[in-house]
Design a protein around this ligand. Structure first.
Ligand code: ADP
Ligand code: MG
Length: 360
């Protein structure tokens, strides 16, 4: 499909690569990149209505928020769970917006000491929404303080050190905690139990992502053809952040190599430049498949071994790369490690050995 279009534009000889072998500035994975935050602000939907897709999460949240409003109480604490780039931060902002509340933002890694959290909590006003991103990475003492704050709107502040230390109870105004996590399995039981509502964000289908692409194009005032929007959407690995990023890259390409209009040809040619294949897999995804199949005969292989092979942190492979490869039916997680499916073998142009998972 892309081959016909390939000749339409001149493809630059290559893009600069870091020693790690990943293209500079061009990685298409779902994590937010430096400098991207600003671009994302303008693209964030501001209300539940504007939020595309995730109908189940939207319906459930609407009920939770409306119910609380009717009863005149603060809503239950909400946990948003799912891979990066699916709209967790966006949804946290929308929750505050819908409640007419102010939003305080922090993250698990920033709450290293219980004192960090105490400072945050004691500054809350009644009805505020406290957003803790990457809540699975919160340090233990802060987590324990959070239990009490979530349950009783109260904390114990320890004053002084050693034997003379005393604990002073402190009341916190009722607030709603919104936690986001890419790894809900890493949350401790007690923390998970204190959320009244857990929203599981799923990968988006092509139809919803096409709407995301068209909406973003409208906001950025970029003309785009329907088939080009579908093409970008279908290569975005079910992830709005990736859809938006691909759109920006394709826009750059269309401006440099054509008249700025995003046509199917421009989209296909740009995606070749940025190493996104027809399934939307990027270099890291393919490196993982390659390590698994060519390096380890299809597995089973532990995630740490795979991570070393591709020169990434195990957490990146596990949280950014694997969820989509699993959902695309390319790898299976087994008790003994990761296993490549027949689909993955064929995607690399190889014949799967007999007995491969998913073989037909
Ligand atoms: N449902 C959606 N509709 C439109 N855009 C979305 C949606 N979900 C996410 N986005 C866009 O994708 C980007 C990443 O979303 P974000 O909320 O930061 O993801 P997460 O916090 O899960 O990593 C944002 O710029 C946002 O505009
Ligand atoms: Mg986020």
């Amino acid at each position: 499909m892309a081959d016909i279009e390939r000749t339409e534009f001149e493809i630059p000889g290559g893009i600069p690569r870091r020693s790690g072998g990943r293209p500079q500035d061009a990685s298409i994975d779902a994590q937010q990149q430096p400098g991207e935050a600003e671009a994302e602000v303008t693209l964030r939907p501001k209300s539940i209505e504007e939020f595309i897709g995730q109908p189940k999460v939207r319906d459930q949240l609407t009920l939770v928020l409306t119910g609380a409003r009717k009863r005149g109480v603060v809503p239950d604490h909400v946990l948003l769970s799912g891979p990066p780039g699916l709209g967790k931060t966006t949804m946290a902002m929308i929750i505050a917006q819908e409640l007419g509340a102010s939003l305080r933002m922090t993250s698990g890694p920033a709450l290293e000491r219980a004192g960090d959290l105490a400072a945050m909590l004691s500054n809350l006003m009644e009805g505020d929404v406290l957003f803790i991103d990457e809540i699975h990475r919160i340090a233990r003492p802060a987590e324990e303080m959070l239990y009490m704050a979530m349950e009783d709107f109260r904390i114990d502040v320890i004053v002084g050190k050693g034997p003379g230390a005393t604990s002073i109870p402190l009341e916190i105004p009722p607030f709603t905690l919104v936690g986001a996590t890419t790894r809900s399995g890493m949350l401790t039981g007690p923390l998970r139990d204190r959320f009244g509502f857990t929203a599981q964000m799923e990968f988006y289908d092509v139809e919803d992502l096409t709407r995301v692409v068209k909406r973003t194009a409208r906001i950025l005032s970029v003309p785009i053809d329907d088939d080009a929007a579908v093409e970008i959407a279908s290569r975005s690995r079910g992830t709005p952040r990736i859809a938006n990023r691909l759109l920006r890259r394709v826009r750059d390409f269309a401006e440099v190599h054509a008249d700025g209009r995003i046509t199917l040809g421009a989209a296909n040619a740009a995606l070749i430049v940025f190493d996104v294949d027809e399934l939307g897999l990027d270099r890291l995804d393919r490196a993982v498949l390659d390590a698994l199949i060519r390096g380890h005969g299809g597995g089973p292989v532990g995630v740490n071994t795979l991570a070393v092979a591709v020169g990434e942190e195990p957490a990146t492979v596990e949280e950014v790369c694997e969820p989509y490869l699993v959902r695309a039916g390319m790898i299976a997680r087994t008790g003994r490690g990761r296993v490549a499916t027949a689909t993955a073998w064929r995607h690399l142009g190889l014949e799967p050995p007999e007995g491969t998972i998913g073989d037909y």
